[in-house]
Design a protein around this ligand. Structure first.
Ligand SMILES: [Zn+2]
Ligand SMILES: [Zn+2]
Length: 252
């Protein structure tokens, strides 16, 4: 078992939200092994691996998830102002970002387990956890940030899609599966500044079938919101009435 009870790897350098997976071959073997463990054994804490019946986190880890502090009403950037400088200068295409907690501690471990340690079964309990922490706009339908085809192949699943399905089920919201697609592959966002991130994902998404809908756009981690913004632009262009971004974690 690769996990040590209650030791948290918080460093975004190693658990960065958009970093590619570890060496594919080892990753696939470990993924398969972890999937088998998740199927055979009782639920384990998404962060420390201790048995956990009540939710994705054991009581110790649940307590250690940092809530998102108050900040920009648009992009959620923690800070004293109701609107941050970036949103004032160029308002994003989404209406708001809501996250289950700050990236770090047990939440970073959970995201890492979901994305890189091959534990897709975690999406179900994390989606329910997110639904309990983040209210969805009434009547909104759920879409997710699509993973690139290459990374989807390497990983074997799209973690944001799984998360979106679980969130929609837990919240009783409709799920639109084919509304958003990635029309070109993009390089990982890690190591790029805000501007470079925006350039990297510009025009990478296309949407359909969302005319007049209020939407919830799900991703596992939101950092600058550049990817969410590019998705929201595509959804708006296809006629969406509003786009609220909902993520497991908010990173800075
Ligand atoms: Zn735990
Ligand atoms: Zn902002």
């Amino acid at each position: 078992m690769p996990t040590t009870p209650h030791s948290h790897s918080a460093a975004p350098e190693t658990t960065g939200p958009d970093r590619g997976p570890p060496a594919p071959r080892r990753g696939v073997l470990r993924s398969t092994w972890n999937e088998i463990l998740d199927l055979v054994f009782p639920p384990r804490c998404a962060a420390c691996g201790e048995p956990s019946e009540a939710g994705p986190f054991c009581p110790v880890c649940a307590e250690a998830v940092d809530p998102v502090p108050p900040g920009c009403s648009r992009c959620g950037l923690p800070g004293p102002d109701a609107a941050c400088g970036a949103c004032l200068a160029r308002p994003p295409a989404f209406d708001a970002i809501r996250a289950g907690g700050l990236f770090g501690g047990p939440l970073a471990d959970a995201v890492h387990a979901l994305k890189y340690r091959g534990r897709p079964a975690l999406a179900r309990s994390l989606g329910a956890w997110l639904a309990a922490r983040v209210p969805l706009p009434p009547g909104a339908a759920v879409v997710s940030v699509p993973l690139g085809r290459r990374r989807r192949r390497e990983r074997g699943y799209d973690q944001a899609a799984l998360l979106a399905g679980a969130l929609a089920r837990a919240a009783g919201a409709p799920r639109l599966r084919a509304a958003l697609e990635r029309v070109r592959e993009t390089a990982p966002q890690v190591g790029r500044d805000r501007e470079a991130r925006a350039r990297n994902v510009r025009g990478a998404f296309a949407a359909r079938g969302v005319e007049g809908r209020d939407l919830v756009l799900v991703d596992d981690v939101v950092t600058t919101g550049a990817t969410a913004d590019a998705c929201a632009q595509a959804l708006r262009a296809a006629g969406a009435r509003s786009v609220t971004v909902v993520s497991l974690a908010r990173a800075d």
